[in-house]
Structures are given as structure tokens and as C-alpha cells.
Design a binder for this molecule. Structure first.
Ligand code: SF4
Ligand code: SF4
Length: 359
């Protein structure tokens, strides 16, 4: 029996080249831009060497987008930006148009639908936050709710360019911090090792997987009531929560013992000063849903002090470096305590306990 003739054409799998998705004006002038300006909050104007100009209208989105919402955004793109839109890493949505007459009607339409236009220039842009419980298997708490609560209080700062420089916020629902470096980062902080639910563990967990997840080799196999189980060396455990993803029976999330910490001064760019890593300025803030008032209050204090005292174009970390930590704590009203001092002596001890790092 002969095999049927193949009628389909084999194509390479994978995404199309990104250039196909660019707006024609962007594609034509790719890499040949002369300057850009921000004529009003949430609108950027890029001018190319060829003389072409393109306007970008930026709006905040709720991040957890429904199909209906995406369809409505696409309708706006069809009407005002030649069918082109893009989402940014901070969950803003941007529409690009070479026609300046489209800008104001597009802003009106977006705002009437509840999408605030802003987030560009010297303001607080949307929060870069983690996949959280939507996609990731590690989170032992909610990050998206914290973001929503924070941005509700920072709505004005999203829509107005009143900060000394741009402000980037991030949130993370584990200490791995995939929310990333930011001017201000809100990171969950578990304050005690996981309690092991031995009954569940023997039913739901692949033991080697949980053991392998631990970055400091604190988990060991054991036997409890005649069943194979796990135990945690609490002196080694750094309360990172990584085992919880592999095994929900490693119960580290707790309404009282899972807290939030705030870090400040992160900067990835090398404009004006070198890139910098973040420092902790508040911890043990209660994980207090549904509005997390203690977290939003602390972030608000930092932003209020920075807005009042930062010099033009100073990022949060540069402002702190200039005024010093003592004044930072005085002006924000946050409480400094000795647990925030990292002399790296403790880190050296914990690194040496790691299964991976030896020195
Ligand atoms: S911060 Fe941690 S738990 Fe949250 S999405 Fe990222 S890796 Fe997962
Ligand atoms: S919380 Fe982190 S350090 Fe502690 S046992 Fe689990 S994986 Fe290991």
C-alpha cells in the first residue's frame, strides 16, 4: 500500500520574526531615531532621522486580562493605530500612530473604558510584578493583590509627571524576586521554616523533588509513623519557600509568619551613576489582604519624601546616596533596626551551608 501524498508544507515552528509585528513607521526607521519627547503624561513622540514621527499612547492595564478586554483594546488599535498595539514588561499597553490627530480621541476612548493614560516620564509607572499564582508554582502568597492596592493609591502619580525622575516599582511573591530590581521593591518574607504536613506529604509529594529544590540543602528524607517523609534542618533553612512549590505539604505560608519587606534604591541603567542593588528598609510588614494598608503606607512614605526632596533627575537610590540613610529614615518615618544591617558575615556562613557554593 502506497502512502498518501503529503499535501501540507512543513514550516519551521516558533514565532514569526518580531519585525513583522512592528508598526510600518517603526520598521522603516528601525535604529535610526533622532530624539524623543513627552508632550503630555502618557504620550511619547519619537522623531526619526528621516523626519518621520510616531506617537505612542501608554495606558495601564489590570494585567490579568480577559479575552473580552483584549478584544476591546484591539478595537481601539484598529480604529486609531493601524491595528498595532504592544504590551510592555510593566503591563502597560501602548498604541502607536503617526497621526497626531488620533492621539486625543484615543486617550478619551481609553479613559472612558477605565484605562488610565500615563506611566511615561517622571512618574510612577505600572508595577513590574511576578507571574505569581497565575503561572508560577512557588508563590506562597499573593503579589497581584498588593500591586492592585498600591496602584490604587498611586493613581495620581501614574497620571502626572511630578516625580524627580521615573520611579520603577516591583513586587515578588517569593524571595527569588522575579519582580526584579526596582527603585522600590515589595518582596514577601517568610519568617519561619515550613511546617511539614506529614499526612499530606506522603500522598502528594515527590520527595526527591522537594529535597532538590532547597538551595541550602536543609531538607532530608526521614520516616514518620512508618511512612516515608521529609524533615527540615531549621538551623540551615533560610525560609525562601522554594520547597513549597515542589510540595504543598511544606507549609511555609502562614497568615502571621509570612510578611512583606521593602527594598529601595535598585537601578539597572548606568545613566548619571552606576547601576545599584537594593537595600532593605522595612520588614515584618503584615501580609494583610485585601488591601495591604501597611505596605501601601510604607511605599507612600518613601515616595512622598522622594518627591519632596529629590533633585531633578535623581533616581530614588541617588537621592538616598546624597542625603544618607540617617536622613532617609528620618524623612520617611520608617523604623531602622539592626536586622537591616548586612555585614555579609552571616551571608558567608549561610553560603557555606549551601549545596552549591563552597569557599
Ligand atoms: S517571585 Fe517567586 S513565586 Fe513569585 S512568580 Fe517569581 S519565582 Fe514565582
Ligand atoms: S524554605 Fe527554602 S531553605 Fe527552607 S527548607 Fe524550604 S527550600 Fe529549604
Amino acid at each position: 500500500m502506497s502512502s498518501p501524498e503529503r499535501t501540507w508544507k512543513t514550516i519551521e515552528s516558533g514565532p514569526h520574526t518580531y519585525q513583522e509585528a512592528l508598526h510600518p513607521v517603526v520598521r522603516k526607521n528601525y535604529g535610526k531615531w533622532k530624539y524623543h519627547e513627552i508632550p503630555r503624561p502618557g504620550v511619547l513622540k519619537h522623531v526619526a532621522e528621516s523626519g518621520d514621527a510616531i506617537y505612542t499612547v501608554r495606558a495601564g492595564t489590570p494585567r490579568q486580562d480577559t479575552v473580552d478586554m483584549v478584544r476591546r483594546l484591539c478595537e481601539i488599535a484598529d480604529r486609531f493605530s493601524d491595528g498595532h498595539l504592544r504590551f510592555t514588561v510593566r503591563n502597560n499597553v501602548e498604541f502607536l500612530t503617526p497621526n497626531p490627530d488620533n492621539v486625543e480621541p484615543m486617550i478619551k476612548e481609553l479613559e472612558s473604558m477605565g484605562f488610565p493614560v500615563g506611566g511615561a516620564g517622571n512618574c510612577v509607572s505600572s508595577v513590574s510584578h511576578t507571574q505569581g499564582w497565575l503561572h508560577c508554582d512557588i508563590p506562597a502568597t499573593d503579589a497581584s493583590g498588593v500591586v492592585k492596592s498600591m496602584m490604587d493609591t498611586l493613581y495620581h502619580e501614574f497620571k502626572h509627571m511630578e516625580m524627580p525622575n521615573k520611579v520603577r516599582l516591583s513586587t515578588s511573591c517569593c524571595s527569588i524576586n522575579c519582580g526584579g530590581q526596582a527603585d522600590i521593591a515589595v518582596v514577601v518574607k517568610h519568617t519561619r521554616p515550613p511546617r511539614i504536613n506529614h499526612e499530606h506529604l506522603s500522598m502528594v509529594c515527590e520527595l526527591p523533588k522537594a529535597v532538590a529544590r532547597c538551595p541550602v540543602a536543609a531538607i532530608r528524607p526521614t520516616v514518620v509513623d512508618g511512612k516515608r517523609s521529609l524533615m527540615v534542618d531549621e538551623a540551615k533553612c533560610i525560609c525562601c519557600g522554594a520547597c513549597f512549590g515542589a510540595c504543598p505539604a511544606m507549609e511555609i505560608n502562614h497568615p502571621e509568619h509570612s510578611k512583606f519587606a521593602i527594598w529601595v534604591g535598585g537601578k539597572n541603567s548606568n545613566a548619571r551613576s552606576k547601576p545599584s542593588t537594593m537595600s532593605i528598609v522595612a520588614h515584618n510588614l503584615p501580609n494583610n489582604p485585601p488591601r495591604w494598608p501597611e505596605v501601601t503606607d510604607a511605599v507612600g512614605r518613601i515616595l512622598t519624601a522622594y518627591k519632596a526632596g529629590g533633585r531633578p533627575w535623581e533616581r530614588v537610590g541617588e537621592w538616598i546616596n546624597r542625603i544618607g540613610w540617617k536622613r532617609f529614615f528620618e524623612e520617611t518615618g520608617l523604623t531602622f533596626d539592626e536586622d537591616m544591617i548586612d555585614s555579609y558575615r552571616h551571608a558567608r556562613t549561610t553560603f557555606n551551608q549551601s549545596a552549591h557554593v563552597r569557599f
